[in-house]
Design a protein around this ligand. Structure first.
Ligand SMILES: Nc1ncnc2c1ncn2[C@@H]1O[C@H](COP(=O)(O)OP(=O)(O)OP(=O)(O)O)[C@@H](O)[C@H]1O
Ligand SMILES: Nc1ncnc2c1ncn2[C@@H]1O[C@H](COP(=O)(O)OP(=O)(O)OP(=O)(O)O)[C@@H](O)[C@H]1O
Lengths: 217, 217
């Protein structure tokens, strides 16, 4: 169970609290508007109405007691930057700040943010690949240049078995599941032969995925 | 290469176009404001300024020619709903609409959207688990109740090998990588023994992950 401070109860802050509450975490919600605090009263341990850019107010929160502090102030970038900076200066262990423009990211990271989220861009990148790749059916980016792709089985694999292809040892790929006629198969023998119409979910380093899957993107 | 229509060039629409352009897709950008169109002129095949809630304007776009149509109109829900509906009525093959409140999702899906994205909520859910779980270091939700977790090695696994534990056959889990002293290992022998301090990245059905990993959330 973690202790989390959420400053700014816009849509991102609201859904963050909803999820943290389901996880059983201890949550303090802060916003300058009472109207924003009211909908989350039933989901948080405590809440305060105040201006997060006010140093005395931030000091009064005892921010070093929280495992993570989120700055989810959306549109007013200066407020977001000032709040992030104040949190770090006053001992916050880990600060996650939400950016609303790409350019804000570097300023937030240089001024107290340990990590930055940018929902509009992160979801746009995921959506572009998820909905618009010729062969990619689904896609998850994995930290450190690894990804997971669900793709139509590469033409070069049809009629061959996993062991023939040396999927793990030679291609350095990990097959998570094979979908045949709509049903995902998670445990498959090494001599299982790929067929036309199969889709495969594959994990591996981006360079290996691009090399061996027909990615068309 | 796909042909994509993006209506509404806010932040989500802008970053969508940026990603689609990198993928080499054919893109038409539409917005009612010239100021929004200008920054993407270098990234799109064609662009038009117009009101997407105007049926004649939508008819003039030949929407059935696009593989995917995105409605990325943010704040004005009625415009978003009307545009989504008009696209489907005029033959759009696949419509992805962006919601800006949870309640909008069902309306969009009932009125022409094949899929809905809601960046603020999707990223909030991911952030809550990514930054606030006691043992989860990273997390990706996978369609159909499967997930990938990077977690501290479960206590019950320490000192035992993969084959002893029957990770694949008995626990129905797939280990994507093991991280030891900061280095991710993707190819490991079945007799490799887990050690204190290891972290493991595991793919499997949510019920199996909850059962066998110390998830604490
Ligand atoms: N100085 C401040 N101190 C505390 N709360 C603040 C401050 N400035 C703004 N807020 C709060 O931050 C919240 C989120 O900001 P806002 O609604 O502008 O962003 P948004 O981009 O719409 O957010 P989202 O996209 O998450 O919905 C608001 O509830 C607002 O009251
Ligand atoms: N009827 C319409 N026809 C065409 N474009 C429209 C229409 N209504 C709004 N737009 C455009 O949609 C774009 C996105 O809308 P808006 O900026 O309100 O949303 P937003 O929530 O801020 O988006 P984002 O979060 O993606 O930045 C704007 O560029 C706006 O000009």
């Amino acid at each position: 169970m973690k202790s989390v401070l959420v400053i700014g109860i816009g849509r991102f802050g609201y859904h963050l609290i909803d999820q943290l509450n389901k996880a059983g975490d201890e949550i303090m919600a802060v916003d300058s508007s009472e109207e924003r605090i009211n909908p989350v009263l039933g989901m948080v341990t405590s809440s305060l109405i105040g201006d997060a850019t006010d140093e005395n107010f931030i000091k009064s929160l005892g921010v070093s007691n929280f495992d993570v502090c989120f700055v989810a102030i959306g549109d007013k970038f200066q407020s977001s930057l000032e709040t992030t900076s104040l949190l770090k200066e006053n001992g916050a262990k880990y600060v996650v700040a939400r950016a609303s423009r790409s350019v804000q990211e570097k300023f937030l990271l240089r001024n107290g943010a340990d990590s930055v989220v940018f929902p509009e861009r992160q979801l746009a990148e995921w959506s572009a690949i998820r909905y618009c790749s010729a062969t990619v059916i689904d896609y998850l980016e994995y930290p450190g240049d690894y990804s997971i792709f669900e793709v139509k089985v590469p033409k070069a694999w049809i009629g061959k078995s996993l062991v023939d292809l040396g999927i793990r040892n030679k291609l350095h790929l990990n097959i998570l599941s094979i979908r045949r006629d709509g049903n995902p198969i998670l445990e498959f023998p090494a001599d299982m032969v790929f067929m036309e119409g199969d889709t495969v979910t594959v994990f591996g380093a981006d360079k290996d995925l691009k090399k061996h899957l027909d990615l068309n993107y």
